[in-house]
Design a protein around this ligand. Sequence first.
Ligand SMILES: Cc1cc2nc3c(=O)[nH]c(=O)nc-3n(C[C@H](O)[C@H](O)[C@H](O)COP(=O)(O)OP(=O)(O)OC[C@H]3O[C@@H](n4cnc5c(N)ncnc54)[C@H](O)[C@@H]3O)c2cc1C
Length: 392
Amino acid sequence: MKADQFQAPDYYNLDELLSDEHKMVRDASREWVKREVSPIIEEAAQKAEFPKQLINGLAEIGAFGPYIPEEYGGAGLDQISYGLIMQEIERGDSGVRSTASVQSSLVMYPIFKYGTEEQKKKYLPKLASGEMIGCFGLTEPDHGSNPGGMTTNFKDKGDHYLLNGAKMWISNAPFADIAIVWAKNEEGRIHGLIVERGMEGFSTPETHNKWSLRASATGELVFNNVKVPKENLMPEKSGLGAPLGCLDSARYGIAWGAIGAAMDCYDTALRYAKEREQFGKPIASFQLQQKKLAEMITEITKAQLLAWRLGVMRNEGTATSAQISMAKRNNVAMAINIAREARQILGGMGITGEYSIMRHSMNLESVITYEGTHDIHLLITGLDITGIPAFE
Ligand SMILES: Cc1cc2nc3c(=O)[nH]c(=O)nc-3n(C[C@H](O)[C@H](O)[C@H](O)COP(=O)(O)OP(=O)(O)OC[C@H]3O[C@@H](n4cnc5c(N)ncnc54)[C@H](O)[C@@H]3O)c2cc1C
């Protein structure tokens, strides 16, 4: 793979909107990605392996629980710092960012928000340091966009719960130490349970043959009469709103992350277009290529503004789920379109692993589907502005 020469575009001087702490956190993540992720990521993706050697570094840059308070091992940062860390990691690879997102927003967040003090003390510091890795089980084979229909269930057996069912498409499942599992009780109410690797009847088969997010491990969670201790139920919130609250946080991170992938594609295509000559001139001098590049930087700038404003509202606690849906949907679609255009600017070279664009392009096919598909986020906006649900 080519040496990482990334230079971040900032067409509207958005750095002026960032605090010194934001810039420090962002620059540390950027340097780490250049040093540790870029040199190894293409090979990991080609081999379809999650690069576990990155776990310690992810913990060191604060990517595991950036906004979790320091007393529980988190970095105690604000939402914009969280977003910037996700942006920088996804500039390297969406699969690596997925691991950080799941750990922070789908594992640490529910324990922090819905868990007991004992659960917080037991799990959060180990998750923040990377000593423990978690996964999040919501999707089922027959319930993806409609998670409320889930059939995974648990029964009260007096001194423990008995868990049965299966989850599918679970990031980090094959090697996670714990799983946050969403399941229905005997009354049909959804609760979150912390299931630990090693519990009898719990297995995590890996999903193979993915063309997308290859540097991230995906698997199933299978529960066959798993005895879960009662103290592993997170008591502070139940119902579908509990997992959806986690998804808000993760989707917000994706809205920033997608900008990272788009910036990398744009920056690569711009450099290539200025260097590559055809018909005796750099291809950047042709109007058709300038149109592509000009539209890319316009869309990146709009997405940056959307993410930044959402971050301000997240810090104030005023961002709605529908506002988060809009940013996730817009920014991922923006990134996937830019990846496609950037790939064309590189001609034949664009399809090789010499450059990051094709990997980003394939990764974004997962990002546009998980955490709510492109269609579902549009329906959320539609519901928000009309008051009429069009899901069923
Ligand atoms: C690589 C990867 C990692 C993932 N990681 C996790 C994870 O860690 N944890 C987890 O719980 N899940 C995870 N997922 C699952 C992901 O969230 C689901 O794939 C997603 O929610 C869509 O569900 P589905 O695949 O069953 O598609 P479906 O729900 O079957 O949707 C198929 C198509 O139908 C459309 N559709 C569905 N309902 C409607 C409707 N009402 N109106 C119009 N169109 C509709 C969808 O937009 C989509 O285009 C992951 C998925 C992938 C690919």
